[in-house]
Design a protein around this ligand. Structure first.
Ligand code: ADP
Ligand code: ADP
Length: 227
């Protein structure tokens, strides 16, 4: 379990992005952070993989402060997916996905085998393997982003508005795929969105943040109070 324990983030210019936030993020489920732009969702997500350090409070992973382990090993245990996929533009789709296993020391053949398997899992046709990112649609690129994040089989996936830039029909397909992947692989997923409908559809638990980085509600979708 990921425990966010009384965390405050104050940036250097004095902006309080997150204000005394406590959340227990359950294993093997999708926890959604939802709220308007600027309410601290991205900051919270980035504190979990130490791209941002809290000003106060701490984050525990299975009971141990995340600062106790080297940041590289922490990040290897957490796949990260962002809005515009962030793919390597000069590498093929297959090699984009194979990059992380290669960095972990897998042979080229094994890494590419793993990448091919993941393409299938996220619903990408094998014929796309040798293409480059610019030759894919936005939705296909997001699928590659998800496959790449899964490549080293991390127990945790951090997803920052991964489907916000694609059109509604494609977004629905991606959401359904994510639910299926979650069901099959049982990952712990922390998913950031500003879209309450997406939060309700995907979340096992939904954390509603409001302006100033404060927690308004934390509940399963069916128990969210309309406010
Ligand atoms: P969200 O993801 O909900 O849109 P963010 O976590 O990106 O919110 O930002 C929360 C608040 O912190 C906003 O007011 C934003 O402008 C501010 N902020 C984010 N990053 C920085 C930074 N590096 N320096 C100063 N302020 C920042
Ligand atoms: P995102 O979609 O991740 O919220 P943004 O466009 O808000 O992206 O932020 C892009 C980058 O700028 C991030 O690294 C974020 O930390 C930083 N940033 C956001 N708001 C501010 C701010 N008010 N002052 C300084 N840096 C900021």
């Amino acid at each position: 379990m990921i425990r966010i324990d009384a965390v405050t983030k104050r940036y250097d210019d004095g902006t309080v992005a997150v204000d005394r936030l406590s959340l227990d993020i359950p294993d093997g489920a999708i926890t959604v952070l939802v709220g308007p732009s600027g309410c601290g969702k991205t900051t919270t997500l980035r504190m979990i993989n130490r791209m941002v350090e809290p000003t106060e409070g701490g984050i525990l992973l299975d009971g141990a402060d995340i600062r106790q382990q080297p940041v590289n090993s922490l990040r290897r245990s957490m796949g990260y997916v962002i809005q515009n996929a962030g793919l390597f533009q000069h590498r093929t789709i297959l090699d984009n996905i194979a990059t992380v296993p290669r960095l972990l020391g897998w042979s080229k053949q094994k890494a590419r085998g793993r990448a091919a398997e993941l393409m299938e899992r996220v619903g990408l046709d094998a014929s796309l393997a040798k293409r480059y990112p610019y030759q894919l649609s936005g939705g296909q690129q997001q699928r590659v982003g998800v496959a790449r994040a899964l490549a080293a089989d991390p127990p945790v996936l951090l997803m920052d508005e991964p489907f916000s830039a694609v059109d509604p029909v494609v977004r629905k397909g991606l959401q359904d795929e994510l639910l299926r992947i979650q069901d099959e692989l049982g990952k712990t997923i922390v998913f950031v969105t500003h879209d309450i409908d997406e939060a309700i559809k995907l979340g096992t638990m939904v954390a509603v943040l409001r302006e100033g980085g404060r927690l308004a509600q934390f509940a399963p979708p069916a128990e969210l109070l309309s406010a």
